[in-house]
Every structure is written in C-alpha cells, then in structure tokens.
Design a protein around this ligand. Structure first.
Ligand SMILES: [Zn+2]
Length: 67
C-alpha cells in the first residue's frame, strides 16, 4: 500500500506584488497590487496605482507578477 498523501491546498491570493512600468518615463517599480494608498512613480511622480477598496487600479503596464 502506498502511503496516503493528505495535501491540504491553501488558497492564496494571486500576484500580491506586481512590477509595473510607468507609461510616462518607462521606470519600472514593484508595488502591492492591493495598494491601500496611491502609488506614484519614483522618477516622475505619475500615479501608477489607485486604491479602490479591493485590488488597486493600476495605471502602468504590468511587466511581471511577483509572488
Ligand atoms: Zn514615471
């Protein structure tokens, strides 16, 4: 008898961190995808993410989703 595997799957939020590119200056930076505060580009100050109460509205292009 093979050992019985009891694997419990814990649901995890997808891509809590994302790397986004500023549409104005091309700067790439990592931000929290559920940001509770306005996230601005560190280079030019453009607003890249606005809080909506849930997932933040991202203004920049998402380059990569991080874990
Ligand atoms: Zn910028």
């Amino acid at each position: 008898m093979p050992p019985r595997l009891s694997k419990v799957l814990i649901p995890q939020p997808r891509s809590s961190f994302v790397k986004i590119r500023c549409p104005d200056c091309g700067n790439e930076q990592v931000t929290f995808s559920h940001a509770a505060m306005v996230v601005r580009c560190l280079v030019c100050g453009r607003v890249l993410a606005q809080p909506t109460g849930g997932k933040a509205r991202l203004a920049g292009h998402v380059v990569k989703a991080l874990e």
